[in-house]
Design a binder for this molecule. Structure first.
Ligand code: ZN
Ligand code: ZN
Length: 898
């Protein structure tokens, strides 16, 4: 039969076509429907500045698989898409653009700058969502949200006011992590720590009343001594006990500072005496609070020096460090300088070294919120997959510190606070108040800080559904079902969503969290711009097709583990997709009706292989469904791969070929066609979430062919699209245990005969006889009933099956499960010539092995060549070694009986 399915699968011809078809058919869109069960995923909103990388690809492929699968299972599925305004990141991008134009944000002013950012957002901000479509993502695009859109901004304000009223938000002067480049505070989690080879400077401070005596302190940041207000020692420290209360004179500055006793001082560190700089160190800040010390601020927000030390005013912090150390050396106040490795915090956005900085900031009190989030996990309301991530989540929550939510940037949600000029009262309100709530004065100054981006993304699961309005969506789709996320944002985002969800909605925002691995390069390094080792998913889609990219990634992703990827790995997916395509093409070319619609079929027309493939299909359906339930994507695709490649293509299609070609035996032929369509159709269903484009293309062709042949019609093929078809049900009754047990044995026997044929170089057209010797008669009966099958598939012209048969003279043998298979060779081959051939083969293989081993002995090669090349050589070595063993076995067989 003619099929209009092209000979070669070309993804470019069909991907855009089907994506538009799905969108136009409105298949991604959903509306609340009480008759159905909801299944909801909110997308981890990518930054508007984002460009699709492999991490996004993995994250979204997984979500799309879940959504497509649940949709087919009959759930009312919502996949909520959108983007994050990404405060600092986006501001940086637009600032860089302004610099290129020869201006900057300060010249522009706040309002104009924000306009510029919006302009930028309109032009480039949806780029990443367009790229997600290329992957096949079936998001409900009608519902696309943005963390700064009107509705979400309203939600942010509402949440802030609510939290403030409940006492969860406060404003205060604290030491925060300050980026002197971005000129903003950032949260603890946004600081990236890195070990740094620095120094420990030992500096002596003379006693005021006995200048020949000193206390020596050790510091890694000597410039901060300009802000010292005390030196602290442990009250138990014998070395300093008598000095407590004495005054020291701060070198260079000349300020008199006391020696104080504080239990927090570590006797073991440095000299046991520590300088106290409350304005520039978080621990010193706490000591300062306990001892009521002043805050001497010596640094501006850009990291330059200010204050009393005139020589240093205006210097950059590191310039000051150098100059100050010089001066201390000249004064002979540096006792020693030790190399010292310590952890240094960097801004996660611009890599600038963070400065602990005293400033007025807004905070969220985390303890009470964290307790609820811990409880939610412990009582089973939130489950992590794989389970090990629970620990990461809990340990962060158990040790959480208050969250600094204010940022001194312009792009973001402005904190809804207005300070009274007259009485300093802070007025918190949803809308700008016209007078002070306390004194009635009408001059109010609006807060200039904006909120941390994570404050708005923490509301994402319900703000996207219309909260604070009680919308139908919110009632129906919240709490959501599954969150699919990278492990890097478990506390940035996942934990905070749980806290916010519980506090604001009294319900966890999602019941399951699937944490996937990170995509690494071949050498196990993270992919990054600076290393230039990234793989562009769009380029890969262009080269291999979206389905090949999707299936390859899922085949490589073992539950939650990191994935090592190189471009060649996509060939695996492409080969698989092509295999399915070719099988489908073969099937469709053999479906002509031949007026077979009037053929009467009974159960007995179903052959052994039909029952077997239907059993296997049901068992693979079971594996696939159960694996997806457990978020074992890899197990599901592996099961499908094996089923399609081995069972369906290599066995079933081969077995039924004679039946399809033989138009005389109508019943058998129609049954084969029926089973073929049934299995192919169901397989396309199972494969659809993984490879949506290719399966839709084949399914649509199959649908139109089946429509022309009533005998093989399938009820479920009436839908407009495969994506809205029903997920195959598991029918245990269809799994014939006996057939399932017998088939692998037959396959082994047939493979054994094929092995002998190929080892002995016997051409396919030469007929063979086989003798199968078993131990017990039960097995004999079982095999006897499949006599014809063995003959056909092993390409024999006769088989003898018996209990404890003798090995015929001059025959090759194989053993399978204690069953012996003999193939008499007499007259089939020229033994001497064959022996020569095998010996020659052995020599060639040996010399090949030598070359490979030479390479592997070369240390330079092993050290310097890319990992996949070295691994390929290792695989080759193992393969050659195996071949050598095999050839030796064959030679032994040939030597025997001589
Ligand atoms: Zn920065
Ligand atoms: Zn007032």
């Amino acid at each position: 039969m003619e099929t209009d399915l092209p000979t070669k699968y070309n993804p470019k011809d069909i991907e855009d076509k089907w994506y538009s078809f799905w969108e136009e058919g409105n298949f991604f869109h959903c509306e609340p429907d009480p008759a159905k069960k909801p299944y909801t995923i909110v997308i981890p909103p990518p930054n508007v500045t984002g460009v699709l990388h492999m991490g996004h690809a993995l994250n979204n492929i997984l979500q799309d698989i879940l959504i497509r699968w649940r949709r087919m299972q009959g759930y009312n599925t919502l996949w909520m898409p959108g983007t994050d305004h990404a405060g600092i990141a986006t501001q940086n991008v637009v600032e860089r653009k302004l610099v290129k134009k020869g201006t900057n944000r300060h010249e522009l002013g706040r309002e104009k700058f924000i306009e510029e950012v919006w302009k930028w957002k309109k032009e480039y901000g949806s780029e990443i969502l367009k790229q997600l479509r290329k992957l096949g993502s079936s998001c409900d695009w009608e519902r696309e949200r943005f963390t700064m859109d009107e509705g979400l901004s309203k939600a942010v304000k509402e949440a802030f006011v609510k939290f403030y009223e409940k006492g969860f938000i406060y404003k205060g002067k604290y030491i925060v992590n300050w980026c002197p480049r971005c000129l903003t505070a950032i949260s603890d989690d946004e600081v990236e720590h890195e070990d740094h080879e620095g120094h420990l400077w030992h500096i002596r401070y003379p006693l005021r009343d006995a200048p020949h005596l000193f206390v020596t302190i050790a510091t890694t940041r000597p410039e901060t001594m300009l802000g010292d207000v005390a030196v602290a020692v442990n009250p138990e420290d014998e070395r300093y006990k008598d000095m407590i209360g004495e005054m020291l004179v701060l070198p260079v500055v000349g300020r008199e500072i006391p020696i104080i006793a504080d239990e927090a001082v570590d006797l073991e560190f440095g000299t046991g005496a520590v300088k106290v700089t409350p304005a520039h160190d978080p621990n010193d800040f706490e000591i300062g609070k306990r001892h009521n010390l002043d805050h001497v601020v010596i640094m501006n927000n850009d990291g330059t020096i200010r204050g009393d030390a005139e020589n240093y005013i205006g210097m950059d912090r590191y310039e000051c460090r150098e100059a100050l150390v010089e001066e201390l050396k000249e004064e002979k106040n540096i006792v020693k300088v030790q190399p010292h490795s310590h952890s240094v915090g960097h801004c996660y956005r611009c890599r600038t070294v963070i400065e602990p900085y005293l400033s007025e900031q807004w905070f969220v009190k985390m303890k009470p919120l964290a307790e609820a989030a811990i409880e939610a996990q412990k009582s089973g309301n939130v489950t992590f997959h794989p389970e090990r991530w629970t620990k990461v989540y809990l340990s962060w929550l158990e040790n959480v510190r208050d969250w600094c939510i204010s940022r001194q940037i312009w792009w973001g949600h402005r904190i809804p606070a207005w300070q009274c000029e007259s009485c300093d009262e802070i007025n918190i309100a949803r809308e700008a108040p016209d007078k002070c709530s306390k004194c009635g004065h009408d001059t109010l100054i609006e807060e200039t800080d904006v909120l941390d981006t994570w404050f708005s993304s923490a509301l994402w699961p319900f703000s996207t559904m219309g909260w604070p309005e009680e919308t139908e969506e919110l009632k129906y789709y919240y709490p959501t079902s599954t969150l699919v996320t990278d492990r890097g944002i478990i506390y940035f985002w996942v934990a905070r969503m749980v806290m916010m969800g519980l506090e604001i909605r009294n319900e966890v925002p999602f019941s399951n969290v699937y944490v996937h691995g990170t995509i690494l390069d071949d050498l196990g390094r993270k992919m990054s711009k600076s290393l230039g080792n990234g793989i562009d998913p769009l380029l890969m889609i262009d080269q291999y097709g979206a389905d090949a990219v999707r299936t390859s990634i899922i085949m490589l992703t073992v539950e939650g583990q990191d994935v090592k990827l190189n471009e060649n790995r996509f060939e695996m997916g492409r080969n698989f997709i092509n295999k399915v395509w070719n099988a489908a093409r073969f099937a469709m070319m053999n479906l002509e009706s031949d007026e077979s619609s009037d053929v009467q079929i009974t159960d007995s027309d179903y052959c052994f292989e039909d029952v077997w493939i239907i059993s296997r299909l049901n068992s693979v359906t079971e594996t696939c469904t159960n694996s997806l339930e457990k978020y074992r994507f890899n197990e599901a695709i592996r099961a499908l791969y094996e089923f399609i490649w081995n069972d369906f293509c290599d066995w079933y299609l081969e077995i039924i070929k004679p039946r399809l070609y033989n138009t005389d035996e109508k019943e058998s032929r129609v049954v084969a066609q029926k089973v073929l369509v049934y299995v192919l159709n169901n397989t396309l269903h199972l494969l659809h979430p993984f490879a949506p484009f290719m399966t839709e293309e084949i399914w649509q062709h199959l649908k139109s062919m089946v429509a022309q042949n009533r005998a093989i019609a399938v009820d479920s093929m009436k839908n407009k699209s495969l994506m809205i078809c029903q997920w195959p049900e598991i029918d245990s009754a269809e799994i014939d245990k006996k057939v399932m047990d017998t088939m692998p044995l037959l396959q082994d026997l047939i493979r054994a005969v094929r092995n002998i044929r190929s080892n002995m170089n016997i051409p396919n057209k030469t007929p063979l006889k086989a003798i199968i010797s078993v131990h017990d008669s039960e097995v004999k009966t079982r095999l006897d009933s499949r006599h014809g099958f063995i003959v056909q598939m092993a390409n024999l012209d006769g088989v003898e099956i018996g209990v404890e048969l003798e090995k015929p003279e001059s025959s090759a043998s194989e053993v399978v499960n204690e069953i012996q298979i003999f193939v008499p060779l007499k007259g089939l081959i020229d033994k001497d010539a064959e022996k020569e051939k095998q010996k020659e083969h052995l020599n060639k293989t040996n010399s090949h092995l030598e070359i490979v081993q030479k390479k592997l002995f070369n240390e330079n090669f092993v050290k310097n060549a890319p990992a996949h090349i070295v691994n390929a050589e290792r695989d080759r070595e193992a393969e050659l070694l195996g071949q050598i063993v095999k050839i030796k076995d064959i030679l032994q067989d040939l030597e025997k009986d001589d």
